[in-house]
Design a protein around this ligand. Structure first.
Ligand SMILES: NC(=O)c1ccc[n+]([C@@H]2O[C@H](COP(=O)([O-])OP(=O)(O)OC[C@H]3O[C@@H](n4cnc5c(N)ncnc54)[C@H](O)[C@@H]3O)[C@@H](O)[C@H]2O)c1
Length: 371
């Protein structure tokens, strides 16, 4: 019997092979079972034959490959899931409305790390509204499931991952390949911050930030790029990796060196990966948001940065959290903090723009400008 990894790899090839007019179908895999359902158009193979699949119209419902697995094909993943259910249980596949609202990301599978809250959740909301089927990948799995359930449309999902653990990242990639047949947009958003003076920051805090923000980005790109390369080699299409960096990746950040260093470093990774992966039809870009004042990092009433800065007297003369917020807003030419919708627009630009890779795009209301 085939392993889950082999089935996942086959799902990626099948989805790529069934590309039509630049659009990929929804694909959902299952471990092998006997399909007995006359209502479904079934194609049976003794082994995976990508060339034979390429010649097929993907109006078919089920591809069954002996000793490997069963793969449902649909207009999108919801449709494929309904067909898989019908293949397993009999009866007709109930037509499920597509995930999208005919947006620019219709039919695309997007994975967002750290999507259970903060920027990642807002980005997931915007991608879903633009038509993508979004998989929220987070170490807070319950939060990821709850967040995915709130997204507009159908076909969204959640997967548990710790991006600083390679085996966990490998499993996340395999899970998405198995259930979605590939990844068209990977948003490397998960990130952490431990501020502190270079004179006193502990090695433990330094390692924590570096392992998640720097090494975690490498691990994600390593595994996701391998999947995308397979997918694009078969389909001939392009796919996207977009990292959520920070304005602290473009200018230094006082008493915040571990974070700024990890963000500067990952721009180097983005540029290097972009140069290498262009050969696999993968664009790699970073977006560099300004401060999300309304998000948990800043506004959490107990541990947020506004409360911390108020209590530590970092902002001279500030008597309330509002005073601290006003101080930081006054540093921004456009007079407000960054919202997830601002970041999502930049991410969607990276996808829509076919002729750009290796960039780090500021989204800072004019606070940080490129040289
Ligand atoms: N908040 C800001 O003001 C701001 C500004 C610029 C850039 N950023 C960047 O945006 C991204 C998101 O920041 P945020 O403030 O929304 O964060 P957040 O702390 O609100 O949420 C981070 C999410 O990532 C998850 N996560 C943390 N470590 C993980 C790991 N090892 N594996 C998987 N998931 C993990 C958490 O569970 C959480 O759901 C980060 O990369 C951050 O550096 C944030």
């Amino acid at each position: 019997m085939a392993t889950r990894e082999e089935i996942a790899a086959a799902a990626v090839k099948i989805r790529g092979a069934l590309v039509k007019n630049g659009v990929l179908p929804g694909v959902r895999a299952a471990e092998f079972f006997e399909v007995k359902n006359d209502n479904l158009v079934i194609c049976r193979f003794d082994s995976l034959d990508v060339d034979a699949l390429k010649k097929l119209e993907w109006r078919l419902d089920i591809v069954a490959i002996r000793d490997l697995g069963v793969f449902a094909i649909g207009a999108d993943n919801c449709d494929a899931a309904a067909k898989l259910k019908a293949a397993e249980n009999g009866g007709r596949a109930e037509k499920v409305p597509c995930a999208g609202n005919c947006g620019v990301l219709d039919g695309k599978v997007a994975v967002v790390t750290g999507g259970a809250q903060g920027f990642g959740f807002g980005i997931s909301e915007a991608l879903a509204a633009a038509g993508a089927e979004v998989v929220i990948a987070d170490m807070n799995f319950d939060g990821a499931k709850a967040a995915a359930a709130k997204l507009v449309g159908n076909g969204h999902g959640a997967v548990a991952v710790n991006i600083s653990d390679e085996e966990s990242v490998r499993k996340m990639t395999e899970e998405v390949a198995f259930n979605y047949g590939g990844i068209d947009l990977f948003v490397a958003n998960a990130g952490v911050l431990r501020a502190g003076s270079v004179k006193t920051l502990t090695k433990k805090d330094w390692d924590f930030v570096t392992n998640v923000n720097y090494s975690g980005y490498f691990l994600c790109v390593k595994h996701v790029a391998a999947l995308m390369a397979e997918q694009n080699a078969v389909s001939g299409l392009w796919s996207d990796i977009v990292q959520v960096n920070s304005k602290s990746g473009l200018v230094g950040s006082n008493r915040n060196g571990a974070y700024a260093g990890s963000k500067f470093g990952t721009i180097g990774l983005t540029q290097s990966f972009a140069l290498e992966l262009v050969g696999d039809h993968i664009k790699v870009n970073s977006v560099c948001p300004g401060n999300f004042f309304d998000g948990p990092l800043w506004s959490d009433p107990e541990r947020g940065l506004f409360v911390q800065y108020l209590n530590s007297g970092k902002v001279p003369g500030a008597k309330t959290v509002e005073d601290v917020k006003a101080f930081y807003e006054s540093k921004i030419p456009m007079g407000r903090g960054c919202f997830p919708a601002d970041v999502a627009k930049a991410i969607i630009y990276c996808v829509e723009q076919a002729y750009e890779t290796g960039q780090a795009i500021p989204v800072t209301g004019g606070q940080v400008m490129l040289n």
